[in-house]
Write a protein that binds this ligand. Structure first.
Ligand code: IVH
Length: 722
């Protein structure tokens, strides 16, 4: 090949692949076969492998290239991402229209769009290239998920410029969605591998975006629609219609159901039409959005601190359906709460088949007078888990007797204890249902994070009598597992290895994994950083005059030491723990059967305390190269290590900083190639005195996991973040 040959070829291939991706993913009008596309892709990949210098960051081969992140960066939006004023009633919509007419006169035009039920995101293109993508977060700042967004095939890494120039800066607002069919397939996959499914496509989209490992996101079937310009360097389009047209010309996916509307009558007609076809849509929408078409008029009406005055979301009422309730079954949870569950004749609610609903407690069942065999109305608001709204009268039909909670636990036969409207099984560790629940909880993502130990496996282990007490989890042998249905050699050894690896874990995970009432992930973290050892926490919980609430006393427990103070008072020094919570935690840990299990678990697991407060550089990996003026290199190394940093000799992608002094060596070059941040001596001194925050451009922002994420997946439904 002539010099420049491979380069020219690579460029041609990239251009062609980009074009055909656009036709396939955005326009839905492919012009070449998948095989031809793959062929070109492989040719480009091969060229880039043999000529590494030909790789460009926006090459179609570079969608999934990034290494897993340690954490997401918090990034401020180019402009605030406001939310929308909304209602499911017509009246507020009419008032919105009246306000617009009053402010702008009668000659107004709207654009109406489907309100996509996904995860809101900002996309930023600089000189036509995708430079960052940020989740909505609290509207002002969110999490940088650029690498994950790059894996979505319909997101152009480069804007098309054939019909329209790319402005120097273009910040866009878009919605990441997961199609219903893809969502159901994903959930089936998650369930099969014993991981909790997502509650709905929105959570699935948000959860998939918040994966630290872009390869996981790449394996999730996400799509995106762009609907607004958040900021533009240059002249913005004059209307929403022109905006959508411009977005299309730039090769961005725009929802095809957007259309102009003149007044409330037309808006309602559009809504009726969309709602009618709602179940045939491949993705979920939860209403329509009405926007002023004229962008200049938008500035005239302005915005409140929360939402623009120029737009309104007209929401659909929740979906309802009628079906027959077949059976009410009391289900025993991990903490012993017995919940009545309704089993119903399966019914389609917005593309999702539902057959179960939570009836919450005895009083709820009695209040709604729901009996087995009744016809009931069920509602699914946003989640797949539906509610039973009410029963439907069927005159002349004979009804079953009112449902009553059984006196004995359906799982272990112990006498159930009513507490207020709730019912408990007191048999904490020996009740099979609670035992399985506790084992599952101990292995869950925020606890010991044991892969392969989900609900199904925990149930199986208990049902087959393999585990009779929680600590026996650590005695599991692969050979024993292989005797069970569903286990092969590989899955059995994998589980045993995962359990062995969990023997060393963070203190907070251990505390959380014990399933102590009231202790969620956040409180567990607070406790860990306050007490720094499990024993200190346990002592604090035990210290006090006496164990309260009679339980420990009734069980013949001796009054713990620490005359005078109420039980668990020392716990109240911890953020987020009040007297009631402290008491509950103390009482639980003081129970002899709990105490015994905790002792045994503690003998199996080594909880590692969190970094001390003084370890400002904990978790950082630093490489030093070249001579320093104010100290020797080994001195600098010692100072860094004293603050918790790890000083290493070779540069990798895991390196946090390379400190380059006088006459730095090859390490500097390597850092530049890998894109590792480089500090000079002044930077090093700053790091030593003020910590890494002083070097970051986002000093005062909260840690990523503190930024509220409306609409993001909740803890329980988000299966595989770390
Ligand atoms: S416009 C400032 N258009 O609904 C107005 N939003 O609370 C920006 N959404 O967070 C929003 N489809 O994530 C707009 N066609 C659409 C939309 C849409 C879905 C979401 C968006 C926003 C939420 C409203």
């Amino acid at each position: 090949m002539s010099p420049g040959g491979p380069e020219r070829r690579a460029r041609a291939l990239r251009r062609a692949l980009r074009h055909h991706s656009y036709l396939y993913y955005v326009r839905n009008q492919p012009e070449i076969s998948d095989e031809r596309f793959d062929e070109m892709f492989r040719e480009l990949k091969a060229l880039e492998t043999s000529h590494a210098e030909l790789v460009t960051p926006d090459s179609p081969t570079q969608r999934v290239g990034a290494e897993p992140l340690d954490a997401f960066e918090t990034i401020e939006h180019t402009a605030p991402m406001l939310s929308l004023d909304s209602s499911a009633d017509v009246e507020p919509l009419e008032r919105f229209d009246e306000r617009m007419r009053k402010a702008l006169g009668d000659d107004i035009a709207y654009v109406v769009e489907p309100k996509l039920d996904g995860a809101s995101i900002e996309l930023v293109y600089e000189s036509g290239r995708l430079s960052r993508a940020v989740t909505r977060g609290d509207g002002v700042r969110g999490e940088g998920v650029t690498e994950n967004i790059r894996t979505i095939q319909s997101v152009p890494l480069r804007l098309r410029t054939a019909d329209r120039e790319a402005p120097p800066l273009l910040a866009l607002r878009a919605e990441v969605i997961m199609r219903v069919g893809d969502f159901e397939a994903l959930n089936a996959r998650l369930l099969k591998s014993d991981r909790p499914p997502f509650a709905n496509p929105r959570n699935a989209a948000a959860g998939s975006l918040r994966q630290l490992d872009p390869r996981i996101t790449a394996a999730r079937p996400l799509d995106i629609y762009v609907y607004d310009i958040l900021a533009i360097d240059g002249r913005p389009p004059a209307t929403q219609r022109a905006t959508l047209e411009a977005l299309r010309e730039w090769g961005l996916p725009v929802n095809e159901r957007c259309r102009p509307s003149a007044d409330v009558g037309e808006i309602l007609a559009f809504q009726a039409e969309i709602e009618e076809g709602r179940d045939d849509l491949e993705y979920e929408i939860d209403g329509i959005v009405i926007k002023l078409d004229d962008i200049a008029a938008r500035d005239e009406v302005g915005e409140t601190s929360h939402h623009p005055r120029w737009a309104f979301a007209f929401k659909f009422p929740p979906r309802k359906e009628v079906t027959r309730l077949l059976h009410i079954f009391p289900s025993v949870g991990r903490t012993g709460v017995v919940t009545p569950i309704a089993f119903m004749r399966p019914v389609e609610l917005g593309g999702v088949t539902v057959s179960r609903a939570n009836l919450h407690n005895r009083e709820e069942v009695a209040r709604k007078d729901i009996r087995e065999g009744d016809r009931v109305r069920v509602q699914r608001a946003g989640d797949v888990i539906p509610q039973v709204l009410e029963r439907i009268e069927e005159p002349g039909r004979e009804r079953a007797e009112p449902w009553v909670m059984p006196a004995e636990c359906p799982s272990c036969g112990a006498l159930l204890e009513p507490r207020g409207p709730y019912t408990f099984c007191p048999n904490l560790f020996a009740c099979p249902a609670q035992l399985a629940g506790r084992i599952q909880h101990l292995g869950s993502r925020h606890a010991l994070d044991i892969e392969g130990l989900g609900e199904e496996t925990a149930n199986l282990l208990v049902r087959q009598g393999v585990i009779g007490r929680v600590p026996e989890l650590f005695e599991l042998e692969a050979a024993k597992l292989m005797e069970l249905e569903g286990f092969a050699e590989k899955s059995a050894t994998n589980l045993v290895t995962a359990i062995a690896e969990a023997r060393t874990t963070e203190l907070a995970r251990f505390i959380y994994g014990l399933g102590i009432p009231e202790i969620g992930v956040t409180v567990a973290r607070e406790l860990a950083s306050h007490f720094l050892s499990f024993e200190a926490f346990r002592e604090a919980a035990a210290a006090g005059k006496e164990a309260p609430a009679g339980e420990a006393a009734a069980a013949g427990e001796e009054a713990p030491a620490g005359e005078g103070a109420p039980a668990g008072e020392a716990l109240q020094e911890v953020d987020g723990i009040g007297p009631l919570m402290a008491e509950q935690i103390s009482a639980f840990l003081a129970r002899p059967e709990v105490s015994a299990v905790v002792d045994e678990l503690r003998a199996c697991v080594e909880p590692v305390p969190p970094p001390r407060a003084g370890d400002t550089l904990a978790g950082l990996r630093i490489v030093l190269t070249g001579g320093l003026e104010s100290m020797s290199r080994s001195e600098a190394g010692k100072k860094l290590e004293a603050l918790g940093a790890k000083v290493t000799s070779s540069v990798s992608r895991q390196t946090s900083y390379v400190v380059a002094g006088e006459n730095p060596g090859r390490k500097l070059e390597r850092a530049q190639t890998l894109g590792v941040e480089i500090l000079d001596e002044a930077g090093l001194l700053k790091l030593l005195s003020d910590g890494p925050g002083a070097l970051s451009p986002f000093e005062d922002v909260p840690a990523p996991d503190e930024a509220p994420e409306p609409g993001a997946a909740g803890d329980a439904s988000e299966p595989d973040a770390p």
